[in-house]
Design a binder for this molecule. Sequence first.
Ligand SMILES: *[C@@H]1O[C@H](CO)[C@@H](O)[C@H](O)[C@H]1NC(C)=O
Ligand SMILES: *[C@@H]1O[C@H](CO)[C@@H](O)[C@H](O)[C@H]1NC(C)=O
Ligand SMILES: *[C@@H]1O[C@H](CO)[C@@H](O)[C@H](O)[C@H]1NC(C)=O
Ligand SMILES: *[C@@H]1O[C@H](CO)[C@@H](O)[C@H](O)[C@H]1NC(C)=O
Ligand SMILES: *[C@@H]1O[C@H](CO)[C@@H](O)[C@H](O)[C@H]1NC(C)=O
Ligand SMILES: *[C@@H]1O[C@H](CO)[C@@H](O)[C@H](O)[C@H]1NC(C)=O
Length: 316
Amino acid sequence: MEHRLLLFLVPLLSACTGLHANDRPVIGILSQELSVYMQEKFPGNYTSYVPASYVKYIEAAGARVVPIKINRTASYYENLVNSVNGILFPGGAASFTAIGGYSAAAWELYHHAILKNQAGVYFPVWGTCLGFELLTYLAAQREDIRTDCEADNVAMPLQFKPGYNTSRLYANASDAILKILTSENVTANFHHFCITEANLTQAKLDSDWRVTAVNKDTQGLEFVSSFEHKQYPIYGVQFHPEKNAYEWKRTNNNPHTANAILVQQYFANFFVNEARKNSHQFPSPEEEDAALIYNYQATYTGQHGSAFEQCYFFTD
Ligand SMILES: *[C@@H]1O[C@H](CO)[C@@H](O)[C@H](O)[C@H]1NC(C)=O
Ligand SMILES: *[C@@H]1O[C@H](CO)[C@@H](O)[C@H](O)[C@H]1NC(C)=O
Ligand SMILES: *[C@@H]1O[C@H](CO)[C@@H](O)[C@H](O)[C@H]1NC(C)=O
Ligand SMILES: *[C@@H]1O[C@H](CO)[C@@H](O)[C@H](O)[C@H]1NC(C)=O
Ligand SMILES: *[C@@H]1O[C@H](CO)[C@@H](O)[C@H](O)[C@H]1NC(C)=O
Ligand SMILES: *[C@@H]1O[C@H](CO)[C@@H](O)[C@H](O)[C@H]1NC(C)=O
């Protein structure tokens, strides 16, 4: 009897606890066009780049990375969503309105990610800094709702919003992580644009998105530091968790304390665990191999003054 009960319970348990989690997750990281500064510093007629810190961040949590190119066909983006287990929109300085750029590619990816989730397929998306701002732009049907602000090169603790502890992003965080997040300067901010709660409300995004933490810029303007979609596994953070362990520019306030590294690992583990709940695969191992970041070599950019120690540059 007990034995039969167990047999009956095992499939149920695995469905609920993710015993059948995907342990070979692949994350697509969207590339973006080079800023004029980068084009001058790194001549090579490159069409796009991905900072290596995002790649290492994802790899350290147990996933592999596929770079997503800009200026491709709609079917390229649809096929990628069908092949990877989650997508990350990195920070940077790309324009939202450039034709064939970062935001145009993201619009395609976001559309397919939403369709997947609407169809009951768990498909996570993460945006960091510009990528977080981009999520608001996409959710607002390509309306730029950002406001000018000053939070460049400052590390801060988070100010949680009431109810943050029932959000997906923080519900399972340990007391130790929550204490570090709220009391130490562990989140790296490098932005001249902010999203305020009023901006979300005005764009009618407050019904779908839950603001979980805020901060104040150097002028005292309160901005959103983290949010998540209420229904779908879509997350945005205005700060840069990937910089803590991987970016070392001497004049930048990247938090490198032992606790800051734990915070970085918390966010990376969270997102990759979300991706483990998705079972997409490339059509064949050969196609997977051909898409992985291992086909490219990182360039040491930090020694030439870049805020990124290493970048992947693409020509196609
Ligand atoms: C970039 O492209 C231009 C025009 O095709 C060419 O003249 C130049 O040599 C290229 N630069 C590099 C660094 O490859
Ligand atoms: C996009 O690709 C087309 C060719 O397929 C090219 O003509 C165009 O310049 C590219 N646009 C950008 C922004 O790179
Ligand atoms: C969330 O935090 C509030 C206030 O600190 C507390 O009253 C509540 O019990 C917490 N909820 C959960 C699910 O931990
Ligand atoms: C949080 O932990 C619970 C219990 O282990 C788990 O069911 C849930 O999926 C976790 N939430 C997230 C978002 O990982
Ligand atoms: C965080 O940084 C601010 C500004 O640099 C500083 O005033 C504050 O003391 C720091 N807080 C901690 C806990 O180190
Ligand atoms: C965004 O919010 C700021 C401050 O709350 C406000 O000044 C600005 O007008 C808002 N912009 C939009 C597009 O809602």
